[in-house]
Design a binder for this molecule. Structure first.
Ligand SMILES: *[C@@H]1O[C@H](CO)[C@@H](O)[C@H](O)[C@H]1NC(C)=O
Ligand SMILES: *[C@@H]1O[C@H](CO)[C@@H](O)[C@H](O)[C@H]1NC(C)=O
Ligand SMILES: *[C@@H]1O[C@H](CO)[C@@H](O)[C@H](O)[C@H]1NC(C)=O
Length: 562
């Protein structure tokens, strides 16, 4: 996962606590409709397998056995033990020996899941990308696509001694399984494989084809793994050929104040853009300097950018709106006035504006949810104390709002930089306006896409559709039957991904793309995402298998409406 998404729900709940007073055990709002919403936070019923109920019951018993549990922990430990690190500067597969470790990882998978390798068709895409094809008997049901990634974030050697158990030990201490990848994202992959393996052992034959696809560089560019797998899947299965895609994402969290569990499947993710700003000027001895050196000019630009935020968007059709409504309606302690405001915002534009402004003030998480964010993350320029810098450079990272676009970001930057260029008599060469090399003046500002990795915000998966309802009903059922919680209920709240997953490559395959990992907020990340002491609870891994089992059996016996 490329950024910390799982904090979002917890953050929202925490911030709403002082404002919300929760009295009733059900929503106080009557159902309303403004064309996009039938209720402030639409919910579905828990969905358990019916046709497959006997098989499901058998598997439930299997999953309770020590033998299954310890075997599952052992398989995840083994996967963690192979350091499939992906680095930002890796050359393509075949040209960089650092990929070789994936060969060993494949050997591990093959020897650990022999039944899967003998029963499913396994395709290697770009050598190390993995696709498992489990043919269903019905050609009228579109396949289900489950994805995860094989690679992990590198461990900083400086931090190894801060790990409670070594980062590639895969050590199981009786509660936790430790190591890099134990949560992100080998747990997703191993849980999917454990589920398929368990179903195969029971002789299950799917009606709906199931495809598993595992990339190799989600933690860096994604282009060698999911990027190539996407092309293969589109060629093999066709455009819009999958019923639904589930990839890693946010999980669920328990609210201790009202006993509700909030689960947050991601239905969209923000776009991405790294702008490079370069200021070129004539060099020379710094005893006779110009009024502004290129570093000074770059500073003016940075200050101007930070003083001009991008416009926040909060439309009723957006993911943030759905998410906020769920948090307010079902949050633990709502002030009546905030509830009324949220309710009025369903139909009243002034209330919508007021709610938006309130959210932006109350917590920075809403800045990230509603706005295109900008962060000046890299700056350099100058080499010597007595020499004028010929060039100064900054890279500004943007996460693009669901309602905005790469174009809007570049336009915004040009709008900010133009007056500065004009004021200082510098030429401005901006993005796609490639100049004639001959004509390029020395004193200039050049704006480019820093790494060519610009990404539009994703399409938004519809929530009033069969696939979302099936997923939401499955999550609810898996939680209600888990026996790990004393919850008073489960709320499924669609969420917006603030970072990007491998799903960015899969848009052509289905419009029903979801990002969700069935882990509770106390089940994983002992210290936090992408840092030391990554760990996952053993019993949570088993819950993950129960979830995938429920999902596969549910979708196998359901004709989804689009
Ligand atoms: C602006 O720069 C151009 C060359 O880039 C130069 O010909 C012109 O004299 C400059 N104007 C001012 C007011 O400095
Ligand atoms: C649920 O509640 C019971 C009775 O209050 C308690 O004994 C048990 O530990 C609780 N379980 C969890 C998972 O919180
Ligand atoms: C999706 O389809 C478009 C249009 O055919 C194509 O240009 C693009 O490369 C496809 N995307 C991926 C990731 O394959």
């Amino acid at each position: 996962m490329s950024s910390n998404l799982s904090a979002v729900v917890a953050g929202i709940l925490a911030l709403l606590i002082p404002y919300i007073f929760w009295g009733n055990s059900h929503s106080p709002f009557e159902v309303t409709s403004d064309g996009t919403f039938t209720s402030p936070c639409p919910q579905v019923h828990a969905l358990l397998p019916k046709t497959h109920s006997e098989l499901f019951a058998v598997l439930e018993e299997v999953y309770k056995t020590e033998e299954f549990k310890l075997g599952a922990y052992d398989k995840l430990s083994g996967a963690v033990g192979i350091p499939t690190e992906s680095h930002d500067n890796m050359r393509p597969v075949g040209q960089d020996p650092r990929w070789d470790i994936f060969h060993q990882f494949h050997g591990f998978l093959e020897s650990t899941f022999p039944l899967i390798y003998s029963s499913l068709r396994v395709t290697k895409v770009n050598t190390y990308g993995l696709v498992f094809h489990w043919q269903g008997s019905s050609s009228s049901l579109q396949p289900l696509l489950l994805t995860a990634h094989q690679d992990v974030v590198p461990v900083d050697p400086e931090t190894v001694d801060q790990w409670i158990h070594p980062p590639y030990s895969g050590h199981y201490d009786g509660t936790w399984i430790w190591g890099r990848g134990s949560a992100d994202d080998k747990s997703d992959m191993i849980a999917q494989l454990l589920t398929v393996d368990s179903l195969l052992r029971q002789g299950f034959k799917p009606r709906r084809t199931i495809v598993l696809a595992f990339g190799i560089d989600e933690e860096s560019a994604g282009t060698e793994g999911a990027g190539k797998i996407a092309v293969y899947l589109e060629e093999t299965y066709g455009r819009a050929s999958f019923a639904m895609l589930l990839d890693e994402g946010d999980g669920y969290g328990e609210n201790t104040r009202n006993g509700l569990i909030f689960a947050s499947p991601g239905i969209s993710e923000k776009g991405y853009f790294d702008a490079k700003i370069e200021v070129f000027s004539v060099g020379g001895h710094s005893s006779i300097p110009p009024r502004h050196t290129s570093i000074g000019i770059l500073s003016k630009i940075v200050v101007a950018l930070e003083d001009n935020l991008h416009t926040p968007f909060f439309p009723r059709s957006g993911t943030a709106f759905a998410n906020v409504q769920c948090a307010i309606v079902h949050g633990p302690d709502s002030s009546p006035s905030l509830r009324r405001l949220a309710h009025r915002a369903l139909t009243d534009d002034d209330a919508l504006e007021e709610l938006k402004n309130y959210l932006l003030e109350v917590d920075p998480i809403y800045e990230a949810m509603l706005r295109t964010t900008q962060a000046v993350d890299i700056v350099f320029g100058g080499v010597k104390a007595n020499a004028l810098p010929e060039v100064a450079t900054a890279v500004v990272n943007h996460r693009i709002s669901e309602q905005s676009s790469v174009k809007e970001v570049t336009n915004h930057i040009v709008q900010i930089v133009s007056p500065i260029a004009a004021q200082l008599n510098l030429s401005l060469i901006a993005f796609d306006l490639a100049p004639d090399q001959e004509a390029v003046p020395t004193n200039r500002i050049v704006l480019t896409d820093a790494f060519g990795s610009g990404l539009e915000p994703s399409p938004v998966a519809p929530i009033e559709s069969g696939p979302y309802e099936l997923l939401a009903g499955t999550i609810k059922a898996a939680l209600e039957t888990a026996g790990r919680y004393n919850s008073t209920g489960v709320i499924i709240s669609p969420s917006l991904g603030l970072g990007n997953t491998d799903t960015q490559f899969y848009w052509n395959l289905t419009r029903h793309i979801f990002r969700y990992s069935h882990y509770g907020d106390r089940d994983d990340y002992y210290n936090g995402l992408h840092t030391v002491n990554e760990a996952v609870k053993g019993e949570a891994l088993v819950e993950h298998v129960r979830f995938f089992t429920t999902l596969i059996l549910n979708i196998d016996e359901t004709k989804l409406f689009d």
